[in-house]
Design a protein around this ligand. Structure first.
Ligand code: GLY
Length: 340
């Protein structure tokens, strides 16, 4: 085992806090990340930082954590340059933008979700309305849209010129490849908050896999897959190929690993290892996770390098590299530092 400042690299087996990880190299961060600052807000990808900052602003102005999750994710959904979430999201194979989102409120263990929602730019807000104003957890398609309109949401065209151009290029050149799923064609915002009262909330929003079959639903609006919040333990959220997250109920699994005592990063790594061990795709699942726990520990891990996540506290905001798993003999993946 080789130990470096930025992480450790193993051949065959890695040991993290007494947990064994077999078959894959694990590039991890040497220290468990923890902060006592509250609220602690983490989200997927560098674009999540703007959402975190908005969430922090909402809390600073007296809003609730749920308001913060919703308004933070709205920032990403409203960004027309982001082609994987909200307006401007890449459409399905027929050129129609179909959005998915879910939200969870830790203290009451409530959840709301919408899937295949068309013409409404803020699915996270509709998911919250489902949670707060219906007897249900999930609404899909036309029913979700009808409900959104009944709650005052306005229908609009979500297909921007940029996304339309990409769809037309895909139709012309590359249909088969993209339908099989390419990591360039999907991203998701998952955003988790540990607030000053020690309560947990989270949300997840996406336009899903680009050029998907109409009606396809991924992991993001599915409680336990794209998002899971357990107010006693912690929360986790996902990005990557939804089909691969869905088949392993990964966010739920991560929270359960934290319940057993693993740190958030260890729990993400363990979930990936467990999925990769039984999955014919092995480590090529293209799945990435963020997690935090009730004590303020936080972390992330993914299959392969390149996944970054955003961390914001009242003292500091930054973008961190996640831990990464890869096949034996793949090159090392570093991790940067975030001081609290
Ligand atoms: N993770 C987003 C999706 O696959 O739909």
């Amino acid at each position: 085992m080789e130990l470096s400042r930025r992480g450790f690299v193993t051949k065959g087996t890695a040991i993290i806090s007494g947990t064994f990880y077999n078959r894959h190299e694990v590039f991890s961060n040497p220290n468990i990340r923890k902060t006592m600052s509250r609220p602690l807000i983490i989200s997927t990808w560098p674009f999540g930082e703007a959402a975190n900052k908005k969430a922090m602003e909402v809390i600073n102005s007296g809003g609730s954590s749920l308001d913060a999750v919703e308004k933070g994710i709205n920032v990403t959904e409203n960004d027309k340059e982001n082609t994987s979430v909200g307006i401007g999201g890449l459409p399905n194979s027929e050129g129609i933008v179909q959005l998915d989102a879910c939200i969870m409120n830790g203290p009451k263990h409530e959840a709301g979700s919408v899937m295949g929602l068309e013409k409404i730019r803020n699915p996270i807000s509709v998911a919250r309305k489902v949670m707060e104003h219906t007897r249900h957890v999930q609404l899909v398609g036309k029913g979700a849209q009808k409900f959104a309109c009944s709650q005052g949401f306005i229908k609009e065209n979500l297909l921007t010129e940029k996304s339309k151009k990409k769809w037309l290029e895909w139709k012309k050149d590359n249909q088969k490849k993209s339908l099989e799923g390419s990591s360039e064609n999907h991203d998701t915002i998952a955003l988790l908050i540990l607030d000053e009262d020690g309560n947990l909330t989270g949300g997840c929003s996406t336009s899903g896999l680009a050029f998907k079959l109409p009606g396809r639903v991924g992991d993001s609006p599915i409680i336990g897959s794209g998002l899971y919040v357990d107010n006693e333990i912690g929360a986790a959220g996902a990005t990557g190929i939804g089909e691969n997250v869905l088949r392993h109920c990964c966010s739920f699994m991560i929270v359960e690993f934290m319940r057993q005592g693993l740190s958030p990063e260890e729990a993400c790594i363990q979930a990936i290892q467990r999925a990769a061990k039984i999955d014919p795709k092995g480590i090529d699942l293209n799945i990435f996770f963020i997690a935090l726990d009730k004590t303020g520990r936080y972390g992330a891990a993914g299959t392969g390098k390149g996944f970054q996540y955003s961390v914001t506290t009242p003292k500091q905001s930054g973008i961190l590299d996640s831990a990464a798993l890869s096949d034996i003999d793949a090159g090392p993946v570093g991790g940067n530092e975030f001081q609290n």
